[in-house]
Ligand binder design. Sequence first.
Ligand SMILES: Nc1ncnc2c1ncn2[C@@H]1O[C@H](COP(=O)(O)OP(=O)(O)O)[C@@H](O)[C@H]1O
Ligand SMILES: [Mg+2]
Length: 233
Amino acid sequence: MLQVRNLHAFYGRAHILHGVSLDAGAGEVVALLGRNGAGKSTVLKAIMGLLPPAEGEVAFDGRRVERLPPYRIARLGLGYVPEERRIFTDLTVSENLEVGRQAARAGLPPWTEDKLFALFPNLAAMRERPGGRMSGGEQQMLTIARTLMGNPRCVLLDEPSEGLAPIIVEQMARSIRALKGEGLTVLLSEQNLHFSQAVADRAYIIEKGQIRFGGSMAELAADPSLREQYLSV
Ligand SMILES: Nc1ncnc2c1ncn2[C@@H]1O[C@H](COP(=O)(O)OP(=O)(O)O)[C@@H](O)[C@H]1O
Ligand SMILES: [Mg+2]
């Protein structure tokens, strides 16, 4: 579904990504793990076309997209949820969802409000609440739900568990597993190994803009030195 090869990206003259390669197969949940500043958000932005890569290839659903602008990549069915929540604080939950609505995609049942409320039960109880009067965790869920209204085939989630209360982290994990159940492909960035182990099929570790590990969650769990070297604070 998603193939990234030898990606290089710069902020100005600062060379941030040094030949990143990774894959996410259809229906897989893949975690991109790394410490703060490792390059996780930059990888997602480069895939999405928000930071056009200087070198390398990104194939989405069999099409090369590394030269396309973000809106065209989005239209192909790649959804993106940035680190900072971008809900409309003056709009209600229902209105926020409406903003994200896009045409259904061939071969996939379209998302409806009710289906999303089943996925994020907290949101169902606050349909008429303005976004600005929701907790951080609820806003995070709303941002993901709004992205799903665009009927993506694959979603990039930038640190979905960040800043969430433990009980909300649990719910977020359930929701992401449910996305997998719906057949979606998910590439998420995380610093939280525990959360990643609860949701992901495979993981990559990034450090200083380079992939240091790629493998199953079991392989990662079996190697404490990886955690020590690249993940612990
Ligand atoms: N807009 C920017 N301009 C310049 N440097 C940036 C910018 N955003 C991030 N960086 C740098 O790029 C590196 C990777 O950042 P980022 O991808 O945000 O890491 P992560 O998401 O893993 O915390 C860091 O060294 C960070 O300081
Ligand atoms: Mg980040």
